[in-house]
Design a protein around this ligand. Structure first.
Ligand SMILES: NC(=O)C1=CN([C@@H]2O[C@H](COP(=O)(O)OP(=O)(O)OC[C@H]3O[C@@H](n4cnc5c(N)ncnc54)[C@H](OP(=O)(O)O)[C@@H]3O)[C@@H](O)[C@H]2O)C=CC1
Ligand SMILES: N[C@@H](CC(=O)OP(=O)(O)O)C(=O)O
Length: 355
């Protein structure tokens, strides 16, 4: 093995950063040194890695010279400042935020779907990671498109609290004793919160808003899913309609998808194609529990497809259900897979880290 890489993990105290460290360790990523970074307030905190504890450093004051790779998950506002700063210091940046995804000069790579996009990696040494809901959608759409052409996609999401970071997860976790709890009082309390303005409560609720509203009535999450899907699949005119909904689930995003195809694709053929596609597992038994659910897929790496059936609302329509661990496949794992793909190219780190 050649000399290992110096890898910084920005946002190492967060949901995605914590998973990033776990995945680097689990996959034996060739890092000689790993440096966890977060806000100044977290400097000195310790995070576990390879059986030891690493001290978190202040990302704002960190000098990226000599660091090969930055895996960044601090959100778009911070990424706009940090990613170019690190790239200018010679570091390759893989950024989980939405800040750079639609930049036409930058590839939007999902390794199982559009590996050729990696050719553009050197443009600014910044590689954005697609939105979590987009990643699991495009994995399922790609084999269907290759076989029968996508004409239109309609998707409704059921997105877990972990997509909103630790603060939103916390709001789900306040414990109640199911025996002594006064259900009406609890709901009344939640109802008061809905009329108080601000973010609606998530427990006992579903919220049809993720990210901010745009002028045309879509939310930004919906726009991201539509625009990113087109960019990743290389289909700039593909009509995509997304409705994004937050549900009181801790980890795991689910999606109900209807795809209209250009040509007929029998259900059995679609099932076989999806089963053979990289990164996808078909779980589709028509019995209670014979389908993927967030609670079952949490902690896994694959995208799970269930409830596959012909959809009669469209000619050549296929309906299905897609579930994945949004923190792993939707963010941290895909970031590490992009880094691994770069390593395999051999031209990003001057041969360092390659097997
Ligand atoms: N690909 C995707 O779809 C996904 C992308 N993401 C991206 O990852 C980001 C983080 O998500 P998540 O881990 O769930 O969020 P968390 O709230 O759990 O964690 C945020 C992390 O970022 C750090 N951070 C935030 N602001 C700054 C700053 N100004 N300077 C330094 N560090 C900062 C925090 O440090 P501290 O603890 O010190 O505050 C913490 O480590 C999201 O905002 C999003 O951009 C997330 C999920 C899915
Ligand atoms: N918006 C996603 C998570 C996220 O941070 O997405 P993005 O990186 O596109 O802002 C969710 O709430 O589930």
């Amino acid at each position: 093995m050649a000399e290992g890489l110096r890898v910084a993990v920005g946002g190492a105290t967060g949901n995605v950063g914590t998973e990033m460290l776990r995945i680097l360790e689990q996959r034996g990523f060739p890092a000689a040194e790993v440096i966890p970074l977060a806000s100044a307030g977290s400097a000195g905190r310790r995070v576990p890695f390879r059986g030891a504890e690493l001290a978190v450093q202040d990302l704002g004051g960190f000098d990226f010279r000599g660091t090969d790779l930055l895996l960044l998950s601090t959100g778009a506002a911070n990424a706009r400042e940090t990613a170019p700063r690190a790239a200018a210091a010679g570091c390759v940046v893989i950024d989980n935020s939405s800040a750079f995804r639609m930049d036409p000069a930058l590839p939007l790579l999902v390794p199982e779907v559009n590996p050729a996009a990696l050719a553009g990696w050197a443009a600014r040494r910044i590689l954005p990671v697609a939105n979590c809901s987009t990643i699991q959608l495009v994995l399922a759409l790609k084999p269907l498109h290759d076989a029968a052409g996508l004409k239109r996609v309609v998707v409704s999401t059921y997105q877990s609290a972990s997509g909103g970071g630790r603060r939103l997860m916390q709001r789900l976790l306040s414990p109640h004793d199911p025996v002594t709890v006064d259900m009406r009082a609890l709901l009344h309390e939640a109802q008061l919160a809905t009329t108080a303005g601000g973010d609606p409560p998530l427990p006992f609720n579903v919220v049809p808003q993720i990210d901010v509203f745009l002028e045309d009535g879509r939310t930004r999450e919906e726009w991201k899913m539509e625009a990113e899907t087109r960019k990743i699949l290389g289909l700039p005119d593909l009509p995509v309609s997304a409705t994004c909904v937050r549900v009181p689930v801790l980890v795991g995003h689910a999606e109900a998808v209807v795809a209209e195809l250009d040509r007929p694709l029998p259900e059995a053929a679609a099932r076989a194609l999806l089963d053979a596609a990289p990164g996808i597992v078909v779980v589709d038994e028509r019995r209670p529990g014979g389908y993927a659910m967030p609670i079952a897929v949490a902690g896994t790496d694959e995208v799970f497809v269930s409830r596959l059936r012909e959809d009669r609302a469209f000619p050549h329509g296929l309906a299905f259900w897609v579930v994945a661990d949004n923190v792993r496949k939707g963010a941290a794992l895909t970031a590490v897979q992009i880094a691994e793909a770069l390593l395999r190219r051999g031209d990003a780190f001057a041969g360092r880290g390659a097997a």
